[in-house]
Design a binder for this molecule. Structure first.
Ligand SMILES: [Fe+2]
Length: 292
């Protein structure tokens, strides 16, 4: 497989990982959208090259970002990254054999908590997803799900009892998503848990989980281990999901009320005419197919 010709996918920012994973002087191979890349960290500078071409680079939020195309917008805003009492936790890259869009959709899903993260993020005795709200914020081109609530036996590393967690979800680009969640020890603030997905190939992704949390007691290792344990449970489900590419064809999968955010996400991807990581569609005439 070689670099995709999907314009909608090319014109986005993608992370290749946390900056700390690229040691100065070393040349690190990477992969994005079906193409091999080389990352070279110089003293104050990072260089990303693909097929002899230098790609644009950003180093915001402790991560290395690049693009093959011309993104319409600069990187998303993350105001919490400027708050001095936030802990920055990088949970390390995890390779997943599934479309990156599947990873984002799974991240948005509240209904799987009791079954996939049993007795941690959900309990089989409380499987209901309460009504929540979704909106497409066109000024920033982001999707938001708000007023989400869920009973969680162990909501975070620092939890010593169950709580009703409040959540907000924010999709800032097709492969980058974050959630805001009430910390056990600071009910008036929001922890930020981000999932930056590096779509290496259509059905192979690298997940970079990143947290900006309020937690005075847990160690970095405990915070990271909690998130990794959760993500390993998701990885098993994601790698067994069929098809491994995201279906955008109407009627392919039947949504319920709990899937409001997934319905909006899929509609937004269709509006963008994004194809990378989606199942080939047969409901479009060949003349309707988005061209690169
Ligand atoms: Fe999950």
């Amino acid at each position: 497989m070689s670099l995709t010709d999907d314009r909608a996918a090319l014109d986005q920012w993608y992370t290749l990982g946390a900056l700390q994973d690229f040691p100065a002087g070393a040349e690190v191979p990477s992969r994005l959208l079906g193409e091999d890349l080389t990352v070279r960290r110089l003293t104050d500078d990072v260089e990303v090259r693909a097929a002899g071409r230098a790609l644009p680079v950003r180093t915001d939020y402790g991560h290395l970002w690049t693009s093959f195309g011309t993104p319409e917008r600069d990187l998303f805003e993350l105001p919490e990254s400027r708050e001095p009492d936030r802990r920055w936790i990088h949970c390390g890259p995890v390779r997943v054999r599934a479309s990156g869009l599947r990873l984002v959709e799974n991240f948005l899903d509240l209904a799987h908590f009791p079954y996939v993260h049993t007795d941690i993020l959900g309990s089989e005795a409380h499987p209901e997803v309460a009504r929540y709200e979704v909106e497409q914020r066109r000024d920033v081109d982001e999707l938001w799900a708000t007023k989400c609530e869920f009973y969680q036996p162990k909501a975070a590393a620092a939890s010593d009892e169950g709580q009703i967690s409040k959540y907000m979800y924010r999709v800032v680009s097709p492969f980058n998503v974050m959630l805001y969640k009430t910390p056990p020890t600071a009910p008036d603030r929001w922890d930020v848990i981000a999932l930056f997905v590096q779509p290496a190939d259509e059905a192979v992704s690298v997940a970079h989980a990143f947290m900006l949390v309020i937690d005075l007691t847990s160690t970095d290792a405990e915070l990271s281990a909690f998130q990794q344990m959760i993500f390993v449970q998701d990885k098993i489900v994601l790698e067994n999901q069929r098809p491994s590419l995201l279906p955008l064809q109407p009627g392919r999968e039947t949504p319920t009320r709990a899937d409001l955010s997934s319905v909006l996400y899929r509609r937004w991807l269709k509006e963008k005419q994004l194809r990378f990581g989606t199942e080939p569609r047969t409901d479009l005439q060949s003349t309707d197919l988005p061209h690169a």
